[in-house]
Design a protein around this ligand. Sequence first.
Ligand SMILES: [Zn+2]
Length: 262
Amino acid sequence: MKKNKAIILGCLFLSGIGCSSEYNLATNQQETLLIGTEKEMKIGEAVARQFDDHFTISDDAALNERVKKVFDRIVAVCDRQELVYTVKVIDEDKMNAVSLPGGYVYIYKGLIDKLDNDDQLASVIGHEVGHIAARHAIKRLQGSYGYMVLQVLAVGSGNANVAQGVQTAYLSMFLAHSREDEYEADRIGIKYMKEAGYDVKELTNVLKKLKAQEDKEPSRELSYWRTHPHLSERISYSNKEISGELHFKDYLNIMGNDEPVR
Ligand SMILES: [Zn+2]
């Protein structure tokens, strides 16, 4: 009942936005857009503001410069050049990275500290930019999360009461990706790494590092394996994608089934 009401409210709100269809170069699909790019940028901006308030952003100039350099190289080759991209480092000893609609990427310092080189950093950034290019968060908002769109947009319009209601739990839900989204972000990230001249094999090494940490540490709010699940399968698929063994048929299989391809 509550959910229905929320969806109706969301639809009412969305009905004023209009609907268009566009070919997405990142996903290679024709996509129906209820939330256009301009609205997406506003949503991203509103959530980014929450992030900036909630987390301590690193002011380490050398670190920021290093991250920005890799970020700029990936963004320069990505499929959505109409967005303005921003990257920030969250000054916490946690292994995670998140992307927001509209071009915002946040990487935890704890993850960067564990990386061996810039190719590994590029694989983290490529994956996050992949989520943005494929509009993963926006597609979820267009679906069953209409109520959240309403909330976020209300935040954007300066409603303080609603703003207070947008807590970490909500952000965590907003950022959790499905298995299909994870595979797709890896595939797109690998493409961007190649085009930007990074060593794509390092993606697998990063996933292995994250998997080792997942095995050691229980799942916490906003830990990487909660927001970007299915690490074991991603290691195997990214290996295939990198070596060119993953064929179009396998890819359709991944996107269409719950069971992994064997
Ligand atoms: Zn992801």
